[in-house]
Design a protein around this ligand. Structure first.
Ligand SMILES: O=C(O)CCC(=O)C(=O)O
Ligand SMILES: [Fe+2]
Length: 334
């Protein structure tokens, strides 16, 4: 039976990020917004919450048209953008660190256990693991490709509401690359490390590159991802500070924190619902590849963004937000 990818209806009104006040809000209209948030905004010294409404309205309208915009953007890239390194767009084993290939092979052994595999990885705290992913040569060429795209006179959409700078990899044409990486190399590992988060049934992703740079974004607020499992790979290291820090899972209460310093080519795997943030960089530019990996089996039961049974809205192209619906259940009005 065919499956259609979907978003949850909450996408249209929930989790609008207000960077100045580091807040996620619900936005249906100005009246609801002021009723719900005036007090809390005042407590954060925001004396004119009305002034936030235009930017929220703009985001509300963008989300209503996002599918059409994405399709148009991709067509524009296909028509106008000349890749600097075309061979990078198809994943090749030579891009991958030999130690990563060894881990993948070990993970595929019939009797492999989570504990034995975890011993081959660097086990930080709270089930956050790291291991080499890409070669230095690949990272350098990939950053050249991203910079070339960034400089091309084409309008770009931004990764998500929290990251205002960076590149969406679907738009640039890396969807198949990321799907192969997820299916052939990462799933054998996540299947063992995160079984309860659909590590063995990851069936879609949202991948982007975050860029931190003086004068643009320099850090990232504390948050959890719209993902079951996240891979975060450092693509360069010529910058200072900008460490990642982790807190508890969304469902836990704990003030425990630990930090992680990125290393070129090294990837970090963590559960999407584990709180984390990035400290400010103080010089240079930091590029990281982020893959939000999704399991429809898990998220179809509970939307991680509204924490309710998702209200499914099918999309025409792409993975939506990783929810699925049986083709025959899709209600077609046109
Ligand atoms: O900057 C980083 O290393 C983390 C980025 C991140 O957590 C995200 O984009 O979801
Ligand atoms: Fe994140």
């Amino acid at each position: 039976m065919g499956k259609r990818f979907c978003i949850c209806e909450c996408y249209y009104t929930c989790n609008f990020f207000i960077k100045e006040y580091e807040m996620h809000v619900k936005f249906v209209d100005g009246e609801q917004f002021l009723n719900d948030y005036r007090k809390i905004l005042l407590s954060k010294s925001c004396y004119n919450p009305e002034s936030l409404i235009p930017q929220l309205k703009k985001e509300y309208n963008r989300r209503r048209q996002v599918e059409a915009l994405n399709i148009r953007q991709r067509q524009c890239v296909l028509q106008w953008y000349t890749p600097r390194h075309p061979h990078l767009y198809t994943l090749q084993q030579s891009f991958l660190d030999s130690r990563f290939l060894e881990v993948v092979e070990a993970a595929q052994q019939p009797d492999q256990t989570c504990e034995a595999l975890a011993r081959l990885l660097q086990d930080h705290q709270q089930r956050v693991f790291s291991f080499p992913v890409f070669t230095k040569e690949f990272c350098e060429m990939f950053v050249e490709e991203l910079t070339n795209y960034e400089e091309a006179p084409i309008q770009k959409s931004r990764p998500n509401t929290m990251n205002l700078y960076g590149i969406k990899l679907d738009e640039l044409g890396f969807t198949d690359f990321v799907s192969s990486l997820q299916k052939e190399y990462l799933t054998p590992i996540t299947r063992l490390l995160f079984p309860e988060w659909g590590g063995g049934s990851l069936d879609s992703h949202k991948a982007f590159v975050v860029t931190y740079k003086d004068g643009e974004d320099v850090d990232l607020s504390y948050h959890y991802d719209n993902a079951e499992v996240t891979l975060n790979v450092a693509l360069n290291e010529d910058y200072s500070n900008g460490e990642l820090y982790f807190g508890p899972m969304r469902s836990e209460v704990s003030s425990r924190r630990f930090g992680y310093t990125h290393q070129l080519g090294r990837g970090l795997l963590h559960r999407g619902q584990q709180f984390h943030g990035a400290l400010p960089i103080t010089s240079g530019i930091r590029h990281n590849l982020i893959i939000w990996m999704r399991s429809s089996e898990v998220r179809n039961k509970l939307c991680p963004m509204c924490n309710m049974t998702p209200k499914l809205v099918p999309v025409k192209e792409g993975f939506g937000d990783g929810f699925t619906q049986n083709e025959e259940d899709v209600c077609t009005l046109n």
